[in-house]
Design a protein around this ligand. Structure first.
Ligand code: GLP
Length: 250
């Protein structure tokens, strides 16, 4: 695993944005899977700006959704779809045919999962996956204890996820389940970047990166990925004994 510790959120976001744009420069038909959440928000904004300034065309890329809140309609500003539409798809002019997101309102969520598994298989695999980490160590909605063998699935959300998740919504919102790519698909992505920022993530980052790998800490998977890169800021690295690895971080 490569570990890059950056001095602050801005610097972390700049480097993550660079990694995104570089991926598409070297492979204009890249298959991209982006987590939502507060952590990667600025990286996506900067990536879109950089792509526009440098005329890097994202319109041949395919986008795969990582996760979604079950029962939350797409117009809801807290939905993952709403986030990606605004920060990624609209600025980069991505056509709907190139976007595969979970329909979390579907009456047949199992079918949604299989559709997503097939969509990924048809693309030939995800080239770059960007994930965040939940306070409980989840990736996407792979909650602690989940089997690393799962593909897309529906899962009952942890209490921590249910309460933290409220921050994305404009008013109190009933949340219960998530629909998510499985850890098998996280591990199968060709390149995996895990981002974390802020002191609130320091404990979970220390556990994920330094404690023995087990199913109770899904984010630990970053260490088993052959092209895994943890990009974190100094606050999130506050409890780590590990040092930043090459290339040198700022
Ligand atoms: C959310 C999402 C994850 C996200 C994580 C961290 O619940 N399901 O995909 O990476 O929690 O979010 P944040 O970056 O807002 O801390």
């Amino acid at each position: 695993m490569q570990l890059n510790i950056f001095k602050d959120y801005q610097t972390l976001s700049l480097h993550a944005a660079e990694a995104i744009v570089e991926t598409v420069k070297s492979k204009p038909t890249a298959v991209l899977c982006f987590a939502t959440g507060d952590t990667p928000r600025l990286a996506y904004e900067l990536a879109a700006k950089k792509a526009i300034n440098e005329k890097v065309d994202f319109t041949l890329c395919t986008f795969i959704g990582l996760d979604e809140w079950v029962g939350i309609p797409e117009q809801n500003t807290g939905s993952c779809r709403f986030f990606l539409e605004n920060l990624v798809f609209q600025p980069l002019l991505i056509e709907p045919a190139r976007i595969h997101l979970f329909d979390a309102m579907s009456a047949d969520l199992d079918r949604e999962c299989r559709k997503m598994d097939e969509a990924i298989a048809e693309t030939g695999g995800i080239d770059l996956m960007i994930v965040g980490v939940g306070l409980n160590g989840h990736i996407g909605f792979n909650e602690p204890g989940v089997s690393p063998e799962l593909y897309a699935h529906v899962i009952n959300l942890d209490n921590i996820t249910l309460s933290t998740g409220q921050k994305y919504f404009s008013g109190a919102t009933a949340l219960k389940q998530g629909i998510t790519l499985g850890l098998k698909q996280v591990l199968q992505s060709k390149k995996l970047i895990l981002m974390a920022s802020g002191t609130k993530k320091a404990k979970v980052i220390q556990k994920a990166l330094e404690e023995p790998i087990n199913n109770d800490m899904p984010a630990g998977i970053i260490r088993t990925h052959p092209q895994g890169q943890a990009m974190i800021d100094e606050d999130a690295a506050a409890l780590l004994h590990l040092q930043s690895t090459a290339p040198a971080s700022e």
